[in-house]
Design a protein around this ligand. Structure first.
Ligand SMILES: NC(=O)c1ccc[n+]([C@@H]2O[C@H](COP(=O)([O-])OP(=O)(O)OC[C@H]3O[C@@H](n4cnc5c(N)ncnc54)[C@H](O)[C@@H]3O)[C@@H](O)[C@H]2O)c1
Length: 324
């Protein structure tokens, strides 16, 4: 993992960057990136995020990593921020390991961009501030932020302990707020940027088994709208994607699958997906993380430069169906 502690250079705001991440890389930024990146830039992709910096929480795997790779393919240098601690009390399944984070960094670098990984906790504001400061020192700016690190919980509402509630809300709600607090000064310095929050299809309706988790995501749908108002004049857009079931360890674990198919013995992710697909408009029952990443990319692009406070359902038609 890379650590830089130099103070960030003072950079004039480039008005061409305001709300338009496709703008030219500022001269001062280019100077910071400088010769160190010359070799990497020879091979670097030249997409609409070329010369930009993307910060991804929960980037070691799943939706975060798939989105990081998509942004790298579009030319962004990437920061992968992840707790990288597999066994966390009050989480029902293993989170990423340090090895996962190292593998993820290599996967992003393979796209020809630079990648910094940072082992930190979104529940800790100082961790995120430190990681973003290092990112700006190294890459010259912060332009796109994906608030994505989250934990799930399956089970009856009345069974949740105070510690279960604490990790859910501290990670999924307060963590996203802290990501925003840490990012906004840097996005302002860059003349604007994009914050994308990963919420959930469970924040569009109620659910007795995932209700507490869903509550955290409802909170984010609302928070994003407030952030959109608060930071719009800074050229910062704040949007939400709300995915259905996604094929990651977050959903493909015993606790979640067991509650989704009660009565089935050791249900698999494929079986749960097939059951959902039966009643779904498109006959699709889950998404791969790469499909969700395409929606993340939508909110980094020029087409969405005047969209903010939106919640985009990415849920294979679930939003079209009625409850019950
Ligand atoms: N998988 C799904 O079915 C699904 C559906 C809808 C929404 N989501 C949401 O998408 C986001 C990503 O989920 P995923 O499926 O990729 O999950 P995942 O478990 O595969 O990845 C989440 C990553 O976040 C990291 N993380 C967890 N707590 C952290 C913390 N406190 N600080 C820093 N990093 C932390 C984990 O180590 C892991 O690498 C989550 O917010 C989740 O709620 C997932």
């Amino acid at each position: 993992m890379t650590h830089h502690s130099d103070a960030a250079p003072d950079r004039p705001v480039d008005p061409t960057r305001r709300l338009a991440l496709g703008g030219a890389l500022g001269a001062a930024t280019a100077a910071v990136v400088g010769a160190r990146a010359a070799n990497a830039q020879d091979a670097a992709p030249t997409g609409h995020l070329s010369g930009k910096t993307a910060f991804v929480t929960g980037g070691a795997r799943g939706i975060g990593l798939a989105s990081a790779e998509a942004m790298a393919r579009a030319g962004a240098n990437v920061v992968l921020f992840d707790i990288a601690t597999a066994d966390l009390p009050n989480v029902q399944y293993p989170l990423s390991s340090e090895a996962d984070l190292a593998t993820a960094q290599a996967a992003v670098e393979a796209h020809g961009v630079e990648c910094m990984s940072y082992q930190g906790d979104v529940r800790n504001l100082a961790d995120q501030q430190d990681a973003m400061r290092q990112a700006v020192d190294r890459f010259g700016s912060l332009d796109v932020v994906l608030a994505n690190a989250g934990v799930s919980r399956a089970g009856p509402i009345e069974d949740a302990t105070a510690d279960d509630l604490s990790i859910l809300f501290e990670t999924n709600v307060n963590g996203y707020v802290k990501t925003t607090q840490a990012a906004v000064p840097h996005l302002r310095d860059a003349g604007g940027g994009r914050i994308i929050y990963v919420s959930s299809g469970l924040a569009r309706t109620g659910n007795d088994i995932f209700g507490l988790y869903g509550s955290t995501k409802w909170a984010i749908n609302g928070f994003a709208k407030s952030a959109a108002i608060a930071y719009g004049r800074d050229g910062i857009t704040c949007n939400v994607i709300a995915p259905g079931l996604v094929n990651t360890p977050f959903a493909d674990n015993e606790a979640v699958l067991g509650y989704m198919m009660p009565g089935a013995e050791n249900p698999t992710f494929a079986e749960v997906s097939a059951a959902i697909a039966q009643g779904a408009p498109l006959g699709v029952g889950h998404l791969e993380p790469e499909e969700v990443a395409e929606s993340v990319m939508f909110f980094t692009g020029d087409a969405t430069r005047t969209m903010t406070g939106e919640v985009l359902d990415v849920s294979y038609g679930s939003a079209a169906t009625s409850i019950g």
